[in-house]
Design a protein around this ligand. Structure first.
Ligand SMILES: [Zn+2]
Length: 243
C-alpha cells in the first residue's frame, strides 16, 4: 500500500522554513520561539487584527482558516500545517483579517512577531520572494476549496479534506472526528457519517479512536476530485520557485 511510505509520527519540521536560503534561515532562526498550541486556540481573529498577533510556522500542528457568518455558521477556507505559515506576511496593510485562524490539531509551532518578520523581509529580497510565493500557493488553496465546496459531491470533498490534511501534516493518520470534519466542511454530521462509511466500506480509510487512518492512498488519490491535485501542485511549484 502506497500509504505505508508516509510516517504515522508527525515530523517536527516546518517545510517553508526548511526551504529558505541558508542566509535567510540563519537570520530567522534566533528570532523564532518554539511554542505549543492547543486544539481550539484562536491565533488570529477579525476582532483582534493582525498587528499584535504572532506569525506562526507549524512544526507539528494543523491550523484552519475559518470564515464565520453572522448567523454563526463557519466554513474552512484553507488549512495550514508544516507546509507553511499563518499571519499577515504579504500585505502589511494594517487591515484586520476577515477570518479566524484556529488550531484544529494541537502540537508545536515556531512563532515570530509580525514587525520582526517584516523587518527581516525588508532586508532580504529572497525572503520577500519566498513569502510572496507562499501567499500565492495559499491563495490557490483558498480558491480551490471554495470551488470544491460549491461543485463537488461530499464524498470527494471528504477525500480532498483528508488528503490535504495528510499533505499538510506529513502523516497518514489524522486526529479528526466526523463531527469536526462536518463542522469544517459546513455540512450535517449525518451526511459526513454517510460519506465516511462508504469510504471505509471501499477500503480507503479506517476510523480508529477519533483518528482517520488512510489505508489505501493510491485509490484515494484516484477517487478524489481534481482539487487535491491542484492544491498539491501549487505547493510543489512553491518549493521549486523558492529562491
Ligand atoms: Zn473538489
Amino acid at each position: 500500500v502506497a500509504a505505508s511510505a508516509v510516517p504515522t509520527v508527525r515530523p517536527a519540521v516546518n517545510r517553508f522554513l526548511a526551504s529558505l536560503s541558508q542566509a535567510d534561515a540563519r537570520r530567522l532562526e534566533p528570532l523564532l520561539a518554539s511554542v505549543e498550541v492547543r486544539a481550539g486556540e484562536v491565533l488570529h481573529s477579525p476582532d483582534a487584527g493582525y498587528e499584535h498577533a504572532y506569525v506562526y510556522f507549524p512544526t507539528s500542528c494543523l491550523i484552519s482558516l475559518l470564515y464565520s457568518t453572522r448567523e454563526g455558521a463557519s466554513v474552512e477556507v484553507a488549512v495550514v500545517g508544516t507546509d507553511g505559515l499563518v499571519g499577515d506576511v504579504a500585505a502589511h496593510t494594517g487591515a484586520a483579517p476577515t477570518h479566524h485562524a484556529v488550531v484544529q490539531i494541537g502540537g508545536q509551532a515556531l512563532r515570530i512577531g509580525p514587525a520582526v518578520l517584516r523587518a527581516q523581509a525588508a532586508a532580504s529580497e529572497s525572503l520577500r520572494r519566498a513569502l510572496w510565493c507562499y501567499t500565492y500557493a495559499l491563495m490557490t488553496q483558498i480558491v480551490q476549496i471554495s470551488v470544491c465546496n460549491t461543485v463537488h459531491p461530499l464524498h470527494q470533498r471528504l477525500c480532498r479534506w483528508i488528503l490535504v490534511c495528510r499533505d499538510r501534516l506529513g502523516i497518514r493518520e489524522i486526529p479528526a472526528t466526523q463531527e469536526m470534519i462536518a463542522r469544517l466542511l459546513a455540512v450535517r454530521r449525518e451526511s459526513v457519517s454517510h460519506a465516511a462509511v462508504s469510504l471505509q466500506t471501499e477500503g480507503l480509510v479506517r476510523y480508529v479512536r477519533g483518528h482517520v487512518q488512510i489505508v489505501d492512498a493510491a485509490r484515494m488519490e484516484a477517487a478524489v476530485c481534481e482539487c487535491h491535485g491542484v492544491i498539491r501542485d501549487a505547493y510543489a511549484h512553491l518549493v521549486e520557485a523558492m529562491p
